[in-house]
Design a protein around this ligand. Structure first.
Ligand code: T5A
Length: 215
């Protein structure tokens, strides 16, 4: 019987400026060296409609956006992203590498905005069904270092403009998620020099590839 291929789903997470985007190319390179076909994407976004929503989510500033509206918009973009990009790629045996996914919703909308975990879990179930990342690299860095790095790079979006207490709550929630899901979520100490971070990222990804190939 022909074996139906099943891709794997890898996500990167962390506070703003932790170094996720910088390390995506390292992960991509490790996968490509192993001959793994990949699709790279990001959230919010990943589809033309989702990218339009991303612009609203990150940069719309004319009025206060209520947390529930923000949450629903993020899951709207995610529903389209899963339907149009993630699920078809995984079914075709490709690996999906995504810059943020639902852990970010638990961290930012749950930890940061204070929305209940039950409300997020309800939408997660509705939009994703059983779909979960197979591996998540969480780039963890203290708030001041994250702020300084994010400022180097671009003007602040709605989340980067938040108070230190919001950012601390985001970080705390991420670390809680990692503690609760030690098999899936690997914490990278992103305060280290970039060369050391890159070494750890390569090592985590190569371990994961070996594990999958050995299954
Ligand atoms: N969001 C998202 C939600 O609220 N809910 C959700 O459900 C989802 C999916 C998305 C925003 O949306 C929110 C969270 C986010 O605020 P984003 O583009 O993912 O926006 O957000 P950022 O975290 O801001 O992503 P960035 O690409 O801007 O930051 P990165 O990727 O963490 O950092 P990076 O790699 O760009 O690095 C920043 C700078 O630091 C340097 C880099 O060279 C760069 O200049 N750097 C280092 N310097 C020294 N040592 C190291 N180890 C370094 N690593 C990187």
């Amino acid at each position: 019987m022909t074996q139906v291929p099943r891709g794997r789903f890898i996500t990167v997470e962390g506070q703003d400026g932790a170094g996720k985007t910088t390390n995506l190319s390292v992960i991509r390179d490790a996968l490509e060296r192993s001959g793994i076909p990949i699709v790279q994407s990001r959230e919010p976004g990943g589809t033309p409609w989702g990218e339009a929503l991303r612009e609203l989510i990150l940069n719309y500033r004319d009025t206060d956006i209520v947390p529930t509206a923000e949450l629903l918009t993020i899951f709207a973009a995610r529903a389209q992203h899963i339907h149009q990009v993630i699920a078809p790629a995984l079914s075709a045996g490709k690996w999906v590498l995504c810059d943020r996914f639902t852990d970010a919703t638990y961290a930012y909308q749950g930890g940061g905005r204070g929305i209940s975990l039950d409300a997020i879990a309800l939408l997660e179930h509705m939009v994703q069904g059983q779909l979960q990342p197979d591996l998540t690299l969480l780039f963890d860095v203290d708030i001041d270092t994250g702020n300084a790095r994010a400022q180097q790079r671009s003007t602040a979006d709605r989340f980067e403009s938040e108070q230190a207490s919001f950012k601390q709550a985001v970080r705390t929630r991420y670390l809680t998620i990692a503690k609760q899901n030690p098999q899936r979520v690997k914490v990278i100490d992103a305060s280290q020099p970039l060369e050391q971070v890159v070494r750890e990222v390569r090592s985590q990804v190569n371990d994961f590839i070996r594990k999958v190939v050995g299954e």
